[in-house]
Design a protein around this ligand. Sequence first.
Ligand code: ASP
Length: 594
Amino acid sequence: MYRTTTCNSLRKEQTGQTVTLAGWVNSRRDHGGVIFIDLRDREGMTQVVFRPEEHPQVSEASHGLRAEDVIQVTGIVAARLAGTENSKLETGSIEVIASALTVLNKADVPPFPLDDTSVNEDLRLQYRYLDLRTLHMQRNLKLRHRVAKATRDFLDEAGFLEIETPVLSNPTPEGARDFLVPSRLNPGTFYALPQAPQQYKQLLQVAGMEKYFQIARCFRDEDLRADRQPEFTQIDVEASFITDEEIQTLIEGLLARIFKESRGVDIPVPFPRMPYSEAMSRYGSDKPDTRFGLELVDLGDVFKESQFKVFRSVVDGGGVIKAINAKGAAAKMSKEQLKKWEEWVKTEFGAKGLAYVKWSEGGEWESPIVKFFSDAERAALKERMGFAEGDVLFFGADLKLEPVCEVLGRVRLRCAELLGLIDAAGDQLNFLWVVDFPLLAFSAEDNHWVAVHHPFTRPKAEDVALLEAGEYGKVRAVAYDVVLNGVELGGGSIRIHERDLQAKMFEVLGVSPEDQQLKFSHLLRAFSFGAPPHGGIALGLDRLVMLIAKASSIREVIAFPKNNRGVDLMTQSPVEVDFKQLRELYISSTAKKG
Ligand code: ASP
């Protein structure tokens, strides 16, 4: 037996007991020939003392110990002297007086001090197995386990079956690029790694499984942003004979259980519901952060007779003018800063500019456009926007709603940051369902309609006529996203279960009958054999754990993540492979070396 207990279990009550511990040398201190060691294992830390007068040989050996050596120690538990107790350690009232020491394995000097929080992330990822020894990474992975366990327990109790679906699978359109795997046994053909188990989970409903879940690995070959990984994990759920409201209630219960068990907090259910159109018009976002106001206000009617040509032409063209009032921001926003924000909206969103009015305490209205405003317009801004000394107004004007929302939605978030509104919200958890998403959006880039969620999402019953009539932009979907503090935790929908409606949807999306046969015949055929009404949802597990752990990135809650070039710095994958291996797969690379 390597140990009789762990490094986080001994308290004053065990004084006098002989114990054996095993773990890593966290630190070593030499106090005039007496060696003190903090011995660490996954559970915590225990102080071990090597006293030369009691055990000279063992004490002698302890002088050679270095950080991260793996050792086994036997000794007697003793209460620490009054005044030497360490209230930061759970075992801080005792120490173990070592009578035997075995070095199980020596360690080289680690490439970085494990308790240094300023270490460069690439180095941490290269030596991830050392980085994972740190208390905060151990805490994060334990938390992740708790979340997964709470998920399994909750869904099991609700009658859901955990069913695995293939990783070598068929392409499923979720809006990203597929990772492909060549099939050696079928020359010239490829599997796709699943972007989500979407079609399989629907086929499991056709198969009569009724309630499915899976903590599923998904793969999307995208350019990586801060909180994206090429492989990530979803809590994937699908059920038959279920309404959108029932799915939302189920997920509220699941999230309540997860937050209770992993963070000890009770979250209030049900969550508020907000239609997509309202989220966009009030917050400029389909995932609004409702911890603060700063709402977008409509000003179209105020400027309908404006002398300011830009606003006037937008109103005349049937467009949208909105503004937000950053209360108290004037003192924090210099002219240079306003210029920088303007540059930012130009480069980031292709906006033409960022109109503003700044009203410093005791000052005039400062703005390049205010000279065009009439007295009535000025009065309306004060009244409608609550505009007062110390405030800054930001405007968005465009013939279309989306660009206005996009710009002002992001300006709103930056204002909230600048004004400290996010910090002021403290531990507040604002959950929200955004519902009634549009079914389709027109992609100018591809010059055809694309599914906002995915092609299997059901149109609202009352909007099917609009679909038939070709009014695609007006059709709403039975689709819902769950949002926490401005972060999308997940989304889902009620699905199409009728063959003809699914075929119609493919047709609207520009999938030719030949392509439908080639790519989706299995699904269409399955729907003709008695597919039950069904729907589901998927929650991003990595993001959820990140928020619960209050971590800064999803890499902090994934054991072995890739960096932002998709590289695993520890194993150095992806790697080049032998010509021979490629030949077996009927593949040859066109990549240029260099
Ligand atoms: N498959 C969808 C996704 O990954 C979720 C769902 O509709 O259930 O976003």
